[in-house]
Design a protein around this ligand. Structure first.
Ligand code: GRF
Length: 190
């Protein structure tokens, strides 16, 4: 294998794409082959276009069920032959069949210190439970939601006056370092 060739990745997004931006700005030895969004109005698509990265939209509302959406997404990803699929704010749950096809090659960024708080509303839960520490996790995706092997985590101390909104902003800053570092780890261990 040519270890000097840029590592081919595909990034899946649903929204703002600030973590996509962090990957682009980190100047990693990667080639982002495509950015794929399930929402046509995701601002992350604009970020990709500005960086001259091919974009694709697979609009989940155009599919009658999850399986057909997953199949279209898988076919789209395969065109680009990535070694890594990065879920960076991709807000769809992927089915088992999809995950098994790419097992070991999909990573997800999650805004909590897993195994605490899989799923949604992580910042609210950290505040409600009066947690001292909160943070984010990059992990491999397996068929169990937000439960695959952890690659890296980053944490912060929750302040007395933190709100879900302030925590979200702080966690976002951590994420912007954590995700590129995790991708770097994977490339080094390839
Ligand atoms: C991040 O907080 C990530 O943890 C969660 O979705 C958010 C995406 O933010 N899964 P952005 O679109 O990268 O700005």
């Amino acid at each position: 294998m040519d270890k000097t060739a840029p590592f081919p990745i595909v990034v899946l997004i649903s929204g703002n794409g600030s973590n996509l931006q962090a990957i682009i700005d980190a100047k990693l030895p990667i080639e982002i082959k495509a950015v794929i969004s399930n929402r046509s109005n995701a601002y992350g698509l604009e970020r990709a276009r500005k960086a001259h990265i091919p974009t694709e939209i697979i609009d989940h509302t155009q599919f009658s069920n999850r399986d057909t959406f997953d199949e279209a997404l898988a076919a789209c990803i395969k065109k680009y032959q990535p070694k890594l699929i990065v879920l960076a704010g991709f807000m769809r749950i992927l089915g088992e069949k999809f995950i098994h096809q790419f097992e070991g090659k999909i990573i997800n960024l999650h805004p909590s210190l897993l195994p605490k708080y899989p799923g949604l509303r992580t910042h609210e839960q950290a505040i409600q439970n009066k947690d001292c520490l909160h943070g984010c996790t990059v992990h491999y995706v397996t068929a169990d939601l937000d439960a695959g092997p952890i690659i890296r985590q980053a944490s912060l101390v929750v302040a007395d006056d933190d709100t879900p909104e302030s925590l979200q902003a702080k966690v976002h800053e951590l994420e912007h370092r954590l995700l590129p570092e995790s991708i770097r780890d994977i490339i080094r261990g390839q």
